[in-house]
Write a protein that binds this ligand. Structure first.
Ligand SMILES: [Zn+2]
Ligand SMILES: [Zn+2]
Ligand SMILES: [Zn+2]
Ligand SMILES: [Zn+2]
Ligand SMILES: [Zn+2]
Length: 213
């Protein structure tokens, strides 16, 4: 009896070990990601999904993801580490720039009639030629530019925190005369995640700067 139970135990352990070997940790769930056109890592077909762990590698289907998992699990970990690093860098506020010097081009501005636009929130200063510039005219604030909230503007790719991290929050741009079509908005009013205003928000697809230009 004792011997029998010992061999049963050993048998069970063999099965468990075998199972762990044959069924390694499953791939991370797929997340839908229709931002931008991308190709499947495995079959080069259009890939509407991304690995939810690294948010980098794209697949057409769970099938192709499973087929690639043996290879991808290593690079997945590396991508995750890199993502963590860039998030940390992006969230660290840059040093407040010295007063009287354009943060965009480093030009010292002191002379008459030459003024610097100053963001009171982050200290970014822009000279006359940097102020309208597509990237140098973007201050360090993650949710606004020189005090103007991104949620109140149409999406543009240079809406960043000055370090390339895109603004990804709600959008409810002020209409300048020409109203936006109704079907661009979500059905229900709700509070904006950036400014708190309760109003109609753009649907997610219209927050993507690439659909605008
Ligand atoms: Zn595929
Ligand atoms: Zn991954
Ligand atoms: Zn400048
Ligand atoms: Zn700012
Ligand atoms: Zn808002």
């Amino acid at each position: 009896m004792f011997l029998l139970s010992m061999s049963t135990l050993a048998g069970a352990m063999v099965i468990i070990t075998l199972a762990a070997y044959l069924i390694p940790d499953p791939p991370h769930p797929l997340a839908e990601d229709r931002c931008g056109f991308a190709f499947c890592e495995m079959c080069m077909k259009e890939a509407p999904y991304t690995c939810s762990a690294c948010r980098t590698t794209r697949y057409c289907s769970p099938r192709c993801q499973s087929a690639d998992w043996r290879v991808h699990r290593q690079s997945c970990k590396i991508h995750q580490k890199l993502n963590e690093m860039s998030t940390r860098i992006a969230l660290t506020p840059p040093k407040r720039p010295p007063l009287g010097q354009c943060t965009g081009c480093n030009a010292k501005v002191g002379g008459e009639g030459r003024r610097l636009a100053l963001c009171k929130d982050c200290g970014y200063q822009a000279c006359g030629s940097c102020e309208p510039h597509y990237s140098r005219g973007t201050c360090y604030c993650p949710n606004s530019n020189f005090g103007k909230k991104y949620c109140q503007m149409e999406p543009r790719w240079y809406h960043t925190n000055g370090r390339g991290r895109e603004y990804a929050g709600d959008r409810h741009p002020e209409t300048q005369g020409q109203p936006y079509p109704n079907d661009m908005y979500e059905r229900e009013r709700r509070a904006c995640d950036n400014c708190g205003l309760v109003t109609k928000m753009f649907k997610k697809e219209y927050r993507d700067p690439w659909v605008w230009h």
